[in-house]
Write a protein that binds this ligand. Structure first.
Ligand code: A2P
Length: 329
C-alpha cells in the first residue's frame, strides 16, 4: 500500500505514523504531506527517511489511501481532489462528519457500513469515539434512552500550541497561547466555539456524532465538555439511562468482552482508569462501574482513552485496516 499521511508533521499525524508502524500496516511507500512550510523536511518511518511533500504533489504520486489530519480547511479543500483521483481518504477533521453522504466510522461499532463507494470516510471526534465504543454493547443489550456526559479533556486534543502553553505556564515562561485563559492549575469549560443554543461545538459534536455512529436518533445525549491541564488522554463521566434494567455483573462482562475495551474497576485495590495509564494505549479503559442510585435503570461509568490514539490516529488506521481487509482499497 502506498500511504499518504496529510498533516504528518502535526501531533495526530506523527501519532498516525507511530500507529502504522506499530500495527505493521503494509506500507510499501510512505508519502508524508504537510504545508508548503514543511516541504522537503525529512520524516523518519521504520528506519527510512521520507521527504515531506505538499497535498498537490501527493495527489500526483497516486497513493492508495490518504489519512488526513491537517485541520478542516485542508480537508475541505483537498479531500475531494484526492477522492476524484481515486484515492480513498480517511479524514480526521470535522469537515465531513455530519455530511449525510459520508460515513462516520468507529470500526468496533459500525464498521459494517463501509462500502467500495466510500471515497471520503470521516473519523469521529475524539471524545465521541471513546464513549460510543463503550455504549455500543450496552445499547445492544438494554437499549439506551439517555446519556449525560461530562468530559475532562487533555490539552493534546488542541495540538502542539496547547501543549506548549501548558508547559510554558508550568515553567513560568511567556509564550504563545492556545486558550483564552491560563490552563495550568485551571479548568476551562469551553472546547471549540460557542453555538446559539449555549452549547459549544465540541458538545454538539458529541450529541450528533453519537446518534449518527450508533445509527439511532432516539438516543438522547447531553454533554458538558471541559479542558483540563492533563496530557495523557481524555476522561469522561458517563451517566446512562436504559429502557430495560441491567445486571451489574452482566454489564461488566459485556464491557470486558467488547473489542478495544479494558475494564479497570477494582475500587478495593484503588484500580480505576486514569489518563496517565491510558497514554500510548489503543484501548478504551472503563471503570467506576456502578448503579445510579438516584434513578432506576441508570448506570454510571468512568471512561478514559488516549485521545491521540483511539480518539484519532488508531481509529483512522483501524478504518484503513478494515478497508484493506474487505478489499475496498
Ligand atoms: P505544517 O507543519 O507544515 O504546518 P497540529 O494540529 O498538531 O498543529 O498539526 C497540523 C498539521 O496540518 C501539520 O502537519 C501541518 O503542517 C498540517 N497543515 C496545516 N495546513 C496545511 C495545508 N494547507 N496543507 C497541508 N498540510 C497542512
Amino acid at each position: 500500500m502506498k500511504v499518504a499521511v496529510v498533516g504528518a508533521t502535526g501531533l495526530v499525524g506523527s501519532e498516525i505514523l507511530t500507529v502504522l508502524a506499530e500495527r505493521n500496516f503494509p506500507v510499501t511507500e510512505l508519502i508524508p504531506v504537510a504545508s508548503e512550510r514543511s516541504k522537503g523536511k525529512e520524516i523518519d518511518f521504520k528506519g527510512k527517511k521520507y521527504k515531506v511533500v505538499t497535498p498537490a504533489e501527493a495527489i500526483a504520486l497516486r497513493p492508495d489511501v490518504a489519512l488526513f489530519s491537517a485541520g478542516g480547511g485542508t480537508s475541505t479543500e483537498y479531500a475531494p481532489q484526492f477522492a476524484e483521483a481515486g484515492i480513498t481518504v480517511v479524514d480526521n477533521s470535522s469537515a465531513w462528519r455530519m455530511d449525510p453522504t459520508k460515513k462516520l466510522v468507529v470500526p468496533e461499532v459500525n464498521g459494517t457500513v463501509l462500502s467500495a463507494a466510500d471515497k471520503i470516510i470521516a473519523n469521529p471526534n475524539c471524545s465521541t469515539i471513546q464513549m460510543v465504543v463503550v455504549l455500543q454493547p450496552l445499547h445492544a443489550k438494554y437499549k439506551i434512552k439517555r446519556v449525560v456526559v461530562s468530559t475532562y479533556q487533555s490539552v493534546t486534543g488542541t495540538g502542539v500550541k496547547a501543549v506548549n502553553q501548558l508547559m510554558d505556564e508550568r515553567a513560568g515562561k511567556e509564550g504563545e497561547k492556545a486558550y483564552p485563559y491560563q490552563i495550568d492549575l485551571n479548568v476551562i469549560p469551553h472546547i471549540d466555539v460557542f453555538q446559539d443554543n449555549g452549547y459549544t461545538k465540541e458538545e454538539m459534536k458529541m450529541i450528533q456524532e453519537t446518534n449518527k455512529i450508533m445509527g439511532d436518533d432516539s438516543i438522547r445525549v447531553t454533554a458538558t465538555t471541559v479542558r483540563i491541564p492533563v496530557m495523557g488522554g481524555h476522561s469522561e463521566a458517563v451517566n446512562i439511562e436504559f429502557e430495560n434494567d441491567f445486571d451489574l455483573a452482566e454489564v461488566r462482562q459485556l464491557l470486558a468482552e467488547q473489542e478495544g475495551v479494558i475494564v479497570v474497576d477494582d475500587p478495593a485495590n484503588l484500580q480505576y482508569p486514569m489518563p496517565k495509564d491510558a497514554h500510548g494505549k489503543d484501548e478504551v479503559l472503563v471503570g467506576r462501574i456502578r448503579r445510579d442510585e438516584s434513578q432506576d435503570k441508570t448506570l454510571n461509568l468512568w471512561v478514559v482513552a488516549d485521545n491521540l490514539r483511539k480518539g484519532a490516529a488508531t481509529n483512522a488506521v483501524q478504518i484503513a485496516e478494515l478497508l484493506l481487509k474487505r478489499g475496498l482499497i
